[in-house]
Design a protein around this ligand. Structure first.
Ligand code: PHE
Length: 335
C-alpha cells in the first residue's frame, strides 16, 4: 500500500478546502470515496495488512471516509447558499422564524393549580373510569330509579345499565369501598353530558373532593373551600354558601364568588346577580355512607365538585367554552 490513511486524509482535506465550485467538489468525492476512490481502495486492501494492524486501520479509514464525505457535503451546501444569496433567491434580510413553543392548556393549568393546593393540604389524588355503571353514577349516590334528579344530568347511555359518567362523584363510592377513614382525596377527570351551547360541551372536566373522618363538620367544608377559592382567584374575593340540593349530600351548598368582572354590581357574565357559581358541595348523605358500610354514628364527611373549564373561564375571562376544544394556537398561546 503506497499511502497511509493519514496521508490520504491530509491530501483530501487540502484539496477540498481549495475547491472553488460544486463540480470540483463532486469530482473530489469520486476521487476519494467513489467506487475506485483512494479511501475505498485502502479499505479494500486492509486484508493484506498484518493481522494485528487490521482493526485500527479499518477504524481509521472509516472515520476518514465519514469526515471527507461530511466536509464535501458541507462545502457544497456553502457554495450553493452563497450562489442563492447572490442571485437573490434567498433574502437574508428577512427576520428569522422562531420555533413555536408549546404551553400548557388552560384546563391542564387549572388542574395543576388545584392539585398543588390540595397536595399542600395533605390530600391524595385518585382517578377512575369514565364509563360507569348506573350503580356508581346514580344508585349508590342516592339517586333512586326514576328520580327526577337523574334528569338534571343529561346522561349519555351506553346501555340500560352503563353510562358515560355525568360527574366525578361515582369516585366517592369507589374510594370509600376500598378504603377506611380518614379519607382526604381529590379526583380529577373527564365527564360527559348530552348538552352543547356557549357554556356547555358534551365533555368537560371536573375535580371532585372528599373528606371523611371523625368529627368532620360543615365548618371544615367552609374552611377548605374558602382556602381553595382564595388560592385560585385571590385572597380578597368574597364568597357565599347558598343552600342547594344534591341527592348525595345533606345539607348541600353551592359556592358563589363575587363576580370577577363587575365585582358585584351586576353584568352580563353574572346575569345581573353580582355572583358566580363555582362549586357544588355538601355533607355526605347518611344513605351514601350506608351504601359503603361506613358507620354513620362514628364518621361524617363532606364532598365537593367543580367544573374546571368554568373556573378557567372566570379566571382568564374567556367567554366561549368551545374555545377550549378547538385547539387554535392563537388562543392557547395566551396562557
Ligand atoms: N356532582 C355534582 C355535579 O356534578 C357536584 C357535587 C359534588 C355536589 C360533590 C356535591 C358534592 O353537579
Amino acid at each position: 500500500m503506497e499511502n497511509t490513511i493519514e496521508q490520504i486524509r491530509e491530501n483530501a482535506l487540502t484539496e477540498i478546502e481549495n475547491a472553488s465550485s460544486a463540480d470540483e467538489l463532486k469530482a473530489l468525492s469520486v476521487k476519494y470515496v467513489g467506487r475506485k476512490g483512494h479511501i475505498t481502495l485502502f479499505l479494500r486492501n486492509i486484508s493484506s495488512l498484518p493481522e494485528e494492524h487490521r482493526p485500527s486501520a479499518g477504524k481509521a479509514a472509516n472515520v476518514t471516509r465519514q469526515l471527507v464525505e461530511a466536509r464535501i457535503k458541507e462545502m457544497i451546501q456553502q457554495i450553493e447558499d452563497a450562489e442563492a444569496i447572490s442571485s437573490g433567491s434567498i433574502d437574508v434580510s428577512l427576520p428569522g422564524r422562531l420555533a413555536k413553543q408549546g404551553s400548557l392548556h388552560p384546563v391542564s393549568r387549572i388542574n395543576q393549580q388545584i392539585s398543588d393546593i390540595f397536595k399542600r393540604l395533605g390530600f391524595d389524588i385518585a382517578e377512575g373510569p369514565e364509563v360507569e355503571t348506573d350503580y356508581y353514577n346514580f344508585e349508590a349516590l342516592n339517586f333512586p330509579k326514576n328520580h327526577p334528579a337523574r334528569d338534571m344530568q343529561d346522561t349519555f347511555f351506553v346501555s340500560d345499565d352503563i353510562v358515560l359518567r355525568t360527574h366525578t362523584s361515582p369516585l366517592q363510592i369507589r374510594i370509600m369501598e376500598k378504603e377506611r377513614p380518614p379519607i382526604r382525596v381529590i379526583m380529577p377527570g373527564r365527564v360527559y353530558r348530552c348538552d352543547s351551547d356557549l357554556t356547555h360541551t358534551p365533555m368537560f372536566h371536573q375535580v371532585e373532593g372528599l373528606v371523611v373522618d371523625k368529627n368532620i363538620g360543615f365548618s371544615d367544608l367552609k374552611g377548605v373551600l374558602t382556602t381553595l377559592v382564595h388560592q385560585i382567584f385571590d385572597e380578597e374575593i368574597s364568597l357565599r354558601f347558598r343552600p342547594s340540593f344534591f341527592p348525595f349530600t345533606e345539607p348541600s351548598a353551592e359556592v358563589d364568588i363575587l363576580c370577577v368582572i363587575c365585582r358585584g354590581k351586576g353584568c352580563r357574565v353574572c346575569s345581573q346577580t353580582g355572583w358566580l357559581e363555582v362549586l357544588g358541595s355538601g355533607m355526605v348523605h347518611p344513605a351514601v355512607f350506608e351504601n359503603v358500610n361506613y358507620d354513620t354514628s362514628q364518621y361524617s364527611g363532606f364532598a365537593f365538585g367543580m367544573g374546571v373549564e368554568r373556573i378557567a373561564m372566570l379566571k382568564y375571562g374567556i367567554d366561549d367554552l368551545r374555545k377550549f376544544f378547538e385547539n387554535d394556537y392563537r388562543f392557547l398561546r395566551q396562557f
